[in-house]
Ligand binder design. Structure first.
Ligand SMILES: CC(C)(COP(=O)(O)OP(=O)(O)OC[C@H]1O[C@@H](n2cnc3c(N)ncnc32)[C@H](O)[C@@H]1OP(=O)(O)O)[C@@H](O)C(=O)NCCC(=O)NCCS
Length: 158
């Protein structure tokens, strides 16, 4: 069973382990736990965890969204490698979109590495469309640059 929960407090240690397991270092997409905690200190930023419940509740996924005026940005979404393909990423994204809808957000944006097929499939499955490209947006640890796509989901139209 999967549960989506909003943490009262984000613990850097458990989050750091989840993020480290979820992002490969060679693409420059990985955030540190400290970066996430700094982002959460900014107004309008919220986190959600996906927990898998077997004998205990284990954090298996995480998302981070920032809302500014009538726009939102999906800053980060990650699912632990051994829990992928089971719907957790979709549940986290659906939750983020529902939260934005109830806050009257008009457009939700995100950046994704152009070669990140899993994430692009997830976003397209929820109606996101590519609206731009940012050459060399991600810098990997070895200095290699990777392009990003900007994607947008329209929530309300006038
Ligand atoms: C991207 C990511 C979050 C997806 O999580 P997930 O739990 O495996 O995704 P789900 O199982 O919920 O799949 C969601 C949808 O995406 C589609 N999808 C996911 N991976 C896919 C793939 N490789 N090929 C085709 N479709 C795919 C599924 O068909 C599914 O659609 P549906 O809900 O309509 O059936 C996960 O791969 C991940 O954590 N990657 C590393 C971190 C990352 O790159 N994050 C994005 C940038 S911040």
């Amino acid at each position: 069973m999967v549960r989506i929960l909003i943490p009262e407090r984000v613990e850097a240690e458990s989050l750091g382990a989840l993020i480290e397991a979820s992002f490969e270092p060679q693409y420059g997409e990985r955030w540190t736990a400290e970066q996430i905690i700094s982002a959460l200190a900014m107004p309008g930023t919220t986190a959600a965890y996906a927990y898998v419940e077997d004998n205990e509740l284990r954090p298996a996924g995480f998302s981070l969204v920032r809302q500014v005026a009538d726009e939102a940005e999906l800053l980060l979404i990650a699912v632990a490698p051994d829990q992928r393909g089971k719907g957790l990423g979709g549940r986290l994204l659906d939750y983020a979109v529902e939260t934005c809808c109830s806050s009257s957000i008009r457009d939700m944006f995100l950046e994704v590495r152009a070669g990140n097929t899993n994430a692009i499939c997830l976003y397209k499955s929820r109606g996101f469309e590519v609206v731009g490209k940012r050459p060399g947006y991600y810098r990997a640890d070895n200095g290699q640059l990777h392009d990003a796509l900007t994607m947008r989901l329209r929530l309300f139209r006038t």
